[in-house]
Design a protein around this ligand. Structure first.
Ligand SMILES: [Mg+2]
Length: 308
């Protein structure tokens, strides 16, 4: 079936994913334990406001560029990342260096290529911010993958850093498409479609294939085999988050809980899984982002567009 998605519909889908991403980021931040220890979930969640971090700040820039340009304009995205970068939002050291270079006038291709002694970043930062872009492209996983690549390249020159973003965007596109169709995809079909969009020689591809083989296993087994983001690389983060999202695609609180209990880079794993799941569930719906959680999350920035 083909259909037309009007820009404001794309934005509404992306904004629901962004709510899921930001609430996951903010809850994960309340549970984050330096050193990546595993923490216990508490049903009585800490009192708000829950502050969001770099994951949400960068995701808001991605959505703003999509709303303003209709697609990813890499120069505009680099400027948005650099101009809106707030050091208090717990950016990683590599991102701080890169964003300060861009802010001081270094072209983004030069800054991104120079990162990590010229290897480029394979961190999870391009994946953590991209789920709303996938929801925006609910009508085309191919377009979601291409645009995710463009959005990643601004900061991540390493193929694994880019692959992590492509994987998350394709998963979110399929989740948003499933929402429009009213038809939840089988977890194995969701992860299979993600692996089809990735380079088979890559570590992220291997990890997502492993995640598919672990469907139906316990979260502990999934974490042991896939990682939990404690190395903050794409390959150590994305496979587990997509396992969590595929397993709990119709249950946002369960997806967030499994990320929190996994430990590691909790704000980012919860942001990725939350962004994908909310692209399917929406907000304030059965299984969606709970209204109380949304109310406890610090408001999103005032510059985030509400229409295209
Ligand atoms: Mg963060």
């Amino acid at each position: 079936m083909t259909f037309t998605l009007f820009p404001d519909t794309r934005l509404a889908l992306a904004r629901d994913s962004l709510v899921g991403l930001s609430v996951g980021d903010a809850i994960g931040g309340r549970f984050f334990v330096p050193g990546g220890e595993v923490v216990r979930w508490r049903d009585a969640l800490p009192a708000g406001p829950w502050e969001w971090s770099d994951d949400t700040e960068m995701a808001c820039s991605v959505v703003a560029v999509l709303a303003g340009h209709g697609e990813i304009d890499r120069d505009a995205l680099a400027v948005a990342f650099a101009d809106r970068y707030d050091p208090a939002r717990r950016y990683g050291a590599g991102a701080v260096t890169l964003l300060e270079l861009i802010r001081d006038g270094t072209p983004w291709p030069v800054a991104a290529a120079a990162a990590f002694d010229g290897q480029g970043s394979c961190g999870n930062g391009a994946a953590m911010r991209v789920a709303p872009l996938g929801a925006w492209y609910a009508d085309s996983t191919r377009r979601a993958a291409d645009q995710a690549r463009a959005a990643a390249e601004v900061t991540h020159a390493h193929p694994e850093g880019i692959a992590g973003a492509v994987a998350v965007a394709v998963a979110a596109a399929l989740a948003a498409r499933a929402r429009l169709d009213g038809d939840r995809p089988e977890p194995a079909r969701l992860l299979g479609a993600v692996t089809n969009a990735l380079d088979p020689a890559g570590a992220v591809h291997r990890g997502v294939r492993r995640a598919a083989a672990l469907l139906g296993h316990s979260a502990e087994q999934a974490v042991a085999a896939l990682g939990n983001g404690s190395r903050v690389t794409a390959q150590d983060t994305v496979p587990f988050t997509l396992w969590a999202a595929a397993t709990h695609l119709d249950d946002y609180p369960a997806a967030i809980r499994v990320c929190v209990e996994a430990g590691g880079d909790v704000d980012t794993t919860a942001a990725i899984a939350g962004g994908v799941v909310a692209a399917y569930t929406g907000v304030g719906t059965p299984g969606g982002v709970p209204d109380g959680w949304l109310a406890a999350r610090e408001p999103l920035p005032g510059w985030l567009p509400t229409h295209t």
